[in-house]
Design a protein around this ligand. Structure first.
Ligand code: AMP
Ligand code: ZN
Length: 483
């Protein structure tokens, strides 16, 4: 499989550190608010990557952190702590909102068919691990203490700006929200590993450390949680593109300084979901959630299809018109799958299946081209092969795409069957005044209509009319009355 690697800025053949095994790390949400559908775009695309690696036969272990401490509103070291901000907004404790929004995040993920990673670790559960790594960075001269905080010294690295050729001015742009000069920093790019009580007196959560009571910076959590569960060598690290700098840049700096060797081989960054007025962001306060889409009547999987229809390395513009197009496409796709008869006796045609599987793999092997992979579903539907072949391929491909196609098609088939049964019953149902002779005549007319014997049906109707009986045909059956 070829994957674009943000480190080398080109597509590279994916080679795992250990053959057949993939160690994958994902930056989890900062749980001070609901995830917006932009955040979820990143998680959907990362989910497809994980599922495709599994489909391809890899044994994947995926770890995700939950940021419940330390993430300041600027992404760098300035501004208010996002969790404290969320707690104040809702008059709750930090741990209460962390629990509430973590649960809400996984509810959204379930609706979007995003698999929960093998390990989900809140940052507040790993304080000892952070202290251990920071202590070693201090011992090895990669960190220093100033004004009560511990900083990472970026000047000690051969190369700090690993993803792009950032320079000092780009850095100022990268953290432009609330840029405050921090007098304690030796170099402008240095970042905080540990805050002590000397900063943010209203910080809700504090822990003892060799440097005084305080709390960790945001970046250290991902390095430590990844190393704790996945060891010293990571295959793939994922996140939204805004995380490349400063977050992932800092993760690399501290992890490699700590380990003394290269840490992660592939960096997978999902580009942003934008609205017509720019990037969707939690801090702007106005954003779209999965619940809101549901309230408007959209199946969350329509949003998943919408995301799959474009490439993860392109910005995606959200409009309701685009979402409506995805909704129509989804409905048509499901209807076409529902038209395939699961009881058809013709067996699976292995040759036809192999060619279509190859097409599907070719699409995803090329830097996860999901929109092309979705079009392979239409190729399957159009193919001159048996329903069993088509249903088996759709089921297999959907293990990766996660659109619940077979289940949705079952529901459509069940609904159709229910309607057909209701229609059949309607042929039998007679509602009247309890006169068996009239009931029998009405039923005979129904039977004649069913057999398309219109002349007989009309004859019986005329007979009933002559007897003073009025008939009303309804969906549930025929109602008759006298007079
Ligand atoms: P956060 O909860 O803010 O830490 O972000 C969670 C994930 O969503 C991170 O991987 C971000 O990079 C990603 N993200 C944030 N905004 C967007 C967006 N508009 N489109 C896609 N991904 C985003
Ligand atoms: Zn992270």
């Amino acid at each position: 499989m070829k994957l674009y690697n943000s480190l080398s800025r080109r597509k590279e053949e994916f080679v795992a550190n250990e053959p057949g095994k993939v160690k994958m790390y994902t930056c989890g949400p900062t749980v001070y608010h609901f995830a917006h559908i932009g955040n979820l775009r990143s998680y959907i695309m990362e989910d497809v990557l994980e599922k495709y690696l599994r489909y391809d036969g890899y044994d994947v272990t995926r770890v995700m952190n939950i940021t419940d401490v330390g993430h300041l509103s600027s992404d760098a070291d300035t501004g208010e702590d996002k969790m404290v901000k969320g707690a104040k907004r809702e008059h709750k404790s930090v741990m209460e909102i962390a629990k509430f929004y973590t649960d809400a995040f996984f509810d959204d993920c379930a609706k979007l068919n995003i698999k929960t990673p093998d390990v989900v670790q809140p940052a507040t559960g790993c304080i000892d691990d952070f202290i251990k790594v920071i202590t070693k960075l201090l011992e090895d001269g990669y960190a220093y203490q100033a004004g009560g905080n511990i900083y990472f010294d970026t000047s000690k690295l051969k190369q700090y700006y690993v993803f792009q050729n950032f320079n000092e001015d780009d850095l100022a742009v990268g953290v432009r929200e609330d840029v405050e000069a921090d007098e304690n920093k030796r170099n402008r790019a240095d970042f905080v590993l540990w805050f002590t009580k000397s900063k943010f007196e209203d910080q809700a959560l504090k822990w003892d450390s060799p440097w005084g009571g305080g709390y960790p910076g945001w970046h250290i959590e991902c390095s430590c949680i990844s190393m704790k569960y996945l060891g010293e060598k990571l295959d793939i690290h994922c996140g939204g593109i805004d995380n490349a700098f400063p977050h992932h840049t800092n993760e690399i700096a501290q992890s490699e300084a700590y380990l003394g060797h290269k840490w992660c081989n592939y960096w997978f960054h999902v580009h942003h979901l934008n609205t017509n007025s720019g990037k969707m962001s939690k801090s702007k306060g106005e954003f779209l959630t999965v619940s809101l889409l549901e309230e408007k009547g959209y199946n969350p999987l329509v949003y998943r299809l919408f995301c799959l229809q474009s490439h993860y390395r392109k910005a995606l513009v959200f409009t309701y018109e685009n979402l409506d197009n995805a909704a129509t496409a989804y409905r048509k796709l499901v209807d076409r799958v529902a038209n395939l008869d699961p009881k058809d006796a013709a067996p699976i045609d292995e040759e036809a299946a192999a060619a279509l599987k190859q097409k599907f793999a070719d699409a995803l092997d090329n830097d996860l081209n999901t929109s092309l992979a979705v079009t392979v579903l239409y190729d399957v539907l159009k193919a001159k092969t048996t329903p069993a072949t088509k249903l088996s391929l759709i089921g297999k491909f959907d293990e990766v795409l996660g659109l619940n196609l077979l289940k949705a098609a079952d529901t459509v088939r069940a609904e159709k069957a229910k309607k057909a049964a209701a229609a059949a019953d309607a042929d039998q149902a007679v509602f009247g005044e309890g006169d068996p002779e009239i009931d029998a005549l009405v039923l005979a007319r129904q039977q004649a209509r069913k057999e398309k014997n219109w002349a007989e049906a009309d004859r019986i109707r005329d007979e009933l009319t002559a007897m003073g009986i009025t008939l009303v045909d309804t969906k549930e059956g025929v109602h008759w009355s006298r007079g």
